[in-house]
Each structure stands twice: as C-alpha cells, then as structure tokens.
Write a protein that binds this ligand. Sequence first.
Ligand code: MOS
Length: 717
Amino acid sequence: MSSARFPDRPRVDAREKVLGQARYAADVAVPNLLYAMQVPATIARGRVTALSTEAAMRVPGVVRVLTAEDFPPPPAGGPGGPPPPPTITADIAYRGQPVALVVAESLEAAIEGAEAMRPGYAPAAFVATIEDKNAKTEPVKPTTAGDAPTIMARAVTRHEAEYVSPAQHHNPIEMLSTTAVWEGGVLTVYEGTQGSNMVKGALMRTLRLTPEQVVVKSPQVGGGFGQKGGPQRQTALVARAAMLTGRPVKLVVPRGQIFHNATFRPKNRHRIEIGADAGGRMVAVRYDADQQQSRQGQFPPDYHESPPMMYGIADYHGTAANIRIDTQAPGYMRAPTPHPSSFAFDSAVDELAVKLGVDPLDFRLKHRALRDPIDDKPFSTCFLNECLVEGAKRFGWEGRPLAPGKMVRRDGTQVGWGVGCGAYPAIVHPTIATLRVGADGKTRFAAAGHEMGQGIRSTIEQVLLRELAIDPAGLEIAIGDTSVAPQHVTAGSWGTASAVTAAEGAATKLKAAMVELLAGRTPPGDLHRQLAGVRRPSVQVEVTTVGPGQGEMQVAALRKGGMAVSGPAYPQFTSFSYIAHFVEVHVEPRTRRIRVPRVVSIADCGRVISPRTAASQVRGGVVWGISACLREATEVDPRYGGWLNNDLADYVVAVNADIGEIDVGFVDRPDDLFNTLGAKGLGEVAMTGCAAAIANAVYHATGKRLREMPFRVEALL
Ligand code: MOS
C-alpha cells in the first residue's frame, strides 16, 4: 500500500467517447430486431375497460400487441431488494402508465401502432399534489439525538422557517432503453443500468426465470443519476415481448414517457428550527420533513441523513413523512435527500448567522463536528473545516461586507457572496474480483461496477497501474455485466471505495502469486514479459473484499444479486464525505435575472483516486446544483395529474451559458479507517450544499431570502 497521491491521467474512455465510438446498450447491433413502443394511459387513475388491438394490428409492420393478459402476476416474495416494478395491468395508478406494448418490424410502425390504440377507461377520483387536502400523510420513525425539546426551550436565539424543493426529473443524455434477446432458453438484456444485478433479479421474479436464464449487460451508461439505479418499468415488458415473439426486441423510451413513467425526485418540504445559546453556538435542531410519495412507493424520506453530521449539534429531533398521492413511484436522483436537505439546513444555518450578526464562514468554522450524534460514534475523518478554509482562501472571502446589498455595480447589478456546505454518507459494498495478467500483454480485471460517466474504470486503472507493471493499452476492465462477476448496484457514491479496494487487493495477491511463480528468478521487463520469460501464459487471482464490519452475510447477499451495502455508521466509527461551496451571484437590475459567474468548491472525499474524473464529478455536481436551484421543476396540473413540462423545451435545465468559472479543489487526505486506500465517496456530495450557497449569496446580494426552489426572476421582482 502506498499513501502517495495519485497522478493526473486522462479518463480511460476519453478517446472513444470523444470519437463517438463508446458503445451504449442501445447501440448494440442485434440481427432480426423488432422495435417496441409503449401505449401510455391518458387518465390519472382508474381502470382499462376496453383494449382493442385491431387498429394497431392493421398498421403494416406491427407484429404483436402485448396487454395485461400477457403478464401473469409475479409470485409473491423472492430474492432481496425492493419488489420489481409492475408490468402491464388493467388498474391505472398514474397518468402515463403503460397499458400496452406494440411490437413491430420498424420503429415507425411501432409508433404508428401505439398511436392507433384507443383504450377505454373507467376513470376514478385521484390526488395529484401534496397540497391536496385528500393527500395522506404517513410518518416514518423519527431521527433523534439527545434532548432537543429541552435544549431548544433554553436557547437564546432561534431561527425557524420552511424550505421547499420541487419535483424534478433526471434528464440524462442516454434515455432509458432495453434490448432483449431470448435464445436457447436464455434471456440476454442490454440496458444502460447502474444495477445489472437488480435488473436481473426483477426479470427473474417477474418472468419466473432462474439465475442461469438471465444475463444483463450494461456496457456504458450515458448518465444514471439514480434513475437507472433500479429496474424501471419498461424492462420486463420488452423482455416478455422477446420471449413471446421469439425475436430480439428493442425499446428506447421517448423522453416524454420517461417523465411520466420512470422514477423522479419527489417534491419535499422542510420546517426547520435551530436554537443557539448565549455564546452564539447552535445547540438544538427541530426539523420536520415530508415528501411526495406514490401509493405503493418505497423511496425513503431520509432527510436526516446528513444535517446532523455537519456542525456538531448534539441535540437533534427530526421527523419525516410520506405524503401518498396518485403518481408513479419517486426514486433516487443525485444526492437524493442530501441535496434538498442541505439546501434547507444550510440556508437555515445562514439565516441564524445573519440573526446573530456574525460572518457565515466564521459561524460554520466554530462548529467543527467530531462525532455522529445519532449513532454516537466518532467520525473516521471529517475535513469540512479544511474545505471551508481552503475555499475561502481561493474565493477571496476576506473583506466580504457582513450586511446584504452592499456590493452594487455601477449598472445596478447586485453582487452577493454565499457559502454552503453538504455531507454525504461514505458507503461500501463487498466485491468479488478476478485479475488475470497474460504473457500476451493483456490484463483483465472483472468485478462489480457500472460506468455511468463518473469514471469508475479510470479509478480502477489508476490503482492497477500504480501497483502492477502492466501495459495500460492491454488492460480490460470488465464491469456492469452479470456474466463476468457478481454485480452490485453502483449508486450512493459507493462505487469507487468498493472497486478500488478490490483492485488493490487483487494486485497485492497477484504480486504474491508472481513471487511464488518466479521462485527467485528475475526475468527482465514488465509482468507480461516476465510471464513470457518463464513460459507461463497467464496468472490469475480472485479476491473478495468487504467494508468495515462486513462479513459472510454481505458477501452472500452480493452473490445473490441483492443489496450488500454498509455504512455510514460502522462498528467503530461513522464516515461521511464533505464539501464547501463558495458562490458569487449577480442579480441584474431590471430583469432580476440571477447569474452565477464563479464558484469555488472544495471537497473532502478522502484520498482522491482519479484527479481528472474527480474534478469532473464536482463540476457536474455544481452545474446540477445551479440548475436545481435556479431552473428545474416538474409541474403538475392538479385537474389532470401527470406532468405538464415533459420535454427539454419546457423542463428547463442549466445550459453552458448559465455556467461560469468553477474552481475545484480537494483536501485529498486519506481516511485510513475506512479502507486501505483511504477513499470515501464523491459523486453525490459534490452537489450537496451548492443550492444553499446560491440562496445565501442571493440573500447577500439583495437582502431577500428565497426558500423555495427554483429561484426564478419573479421571486426577486
Ligand atoms: Mo445515486 S442517486 O444513489 O445513483
């Protein structure tokens, strides 16, 4: 093990991506292919009463129309993980739910066939928004540390407010797609997914297949962000179509249907009270959160994951609730709960600093967190204050006027500086990896992991190249494929920590195997030449690595394709990653448009494994933070349910012109308790706290506190 920093190297797939040669699931060429299109329900709730397939079947090229009759209900129970999404049912739970799947010789025929369908419905009453008085609130278990009510009652200064985050939809460039091949009793599915194991498990359960009968391949993912973390609804439909027609079937879900049918970030609300003592120290938090939820949805309202881990407040009382309405199931979207909770909580912290008349940076610095108050454990590492100090220096925070509205340019533009922080759990799963080095110059590393642009292959390469004298040009990193190694979902920012410890463990074992093989001989050259020198075609090792406190049980869960994560609370400590963002906003005098010309973001993700992809992750998180705070919201017309702005013209995301300079830095200090390389996670923490930094900067520019995202011009008029 080396404790040195890793060098800056290009990402492994940079060249093929730039050349457009990287192959995504829908690019896989399959002969004799049929094309599918879903028919979405046009009511918000009720039942399909009539479904004639005649008109669709008359369209030239249409081969078959699948309806609810083609989907026997799956058996109850089954392997671990959440229940798979339903297939086609006559009961309609939300607008846009598929009522049929049209399969045709061409995409055009499939679309025409789908449009020819005229289902009959018996509509039922529905609840479209969480503001509806018929929405059903369902509390979950509170998150508590100490005695917040007593300490709050003694507080000298208090701040209380409500913060709101809208429903938002992922819009990765690669849309959801499934290509299914049924051949010789084996179903092979090509799908850009973060969880090939989850997709496999869902297909096994829904279609009553054995583990040997399903292979899922996810070669590259063109943006996952959580929407591709679990199986989505189209997968089993397409697989069933392939099984029934005996031909390969492909569906690329149109963007509008993704809005209505795939998981999304639910609307959520945060009522927060923070109390400070006579010395201006935050001593107690009361925090009630709730979120939009579907009738059967399981996405947990974990809004108290991160806020207690940031400022060393010992007394905390957090409640959370689901508000069940008639929508599709919400799900994970980058920094799923820590993005909105950090917007709310770090806005509230800022408001309290304003009330106390102290600098918001100094205020945060005097609240260094040392322990996890919820699980009562020390942190393995927490370098949030180091992030704040370095960020303030790079940003030039010194000399910032305390009062708002003091930095006004000659043209009337109001300038504001804000700081915001975030935290995200450091989680890990076990990995079973094989590593083979050949005399032919080739090396193959196979393990769990999915490449969704974040750079997991680049982090694995960094470790293998540092540990082993191998030819990088001959290195194959086989991941995202249930046939190469037991797969685990790649999400929750646990990919790097899980994959690189396995890569390091495998490299160590391979070096030992080489020592044994060479038995004192010292042939010249790299490992490939050494193997050739002793006439050995290859050497192969297998390792199983686990996270702190993990054992056989988690390894067995991994082998079965289930969830096997642990953390952020481990037997001896709690682990989180941290970030501090410093933001400058300009508010234009007449249009009141908010611009973000510069951001400085410093992250504590433990040891940085791939400086290039790590910096890219943080820039992406900041771009998304800006977009989520100033642009993105999916709107509902309560009269009809469903989503109104279901395309990229009306669902507004930040574009290049909205993004200024983003300066990214890292503390880059290893967390030696967490794993041998000291790497925590980065993908999601990158986004946390960014929206709060913008809100705090907007207040500093204008004196106006905005508590509901997105902040649009009308909020400042
Ligand atoms: Mo992430 S939202 O856990 O893929």
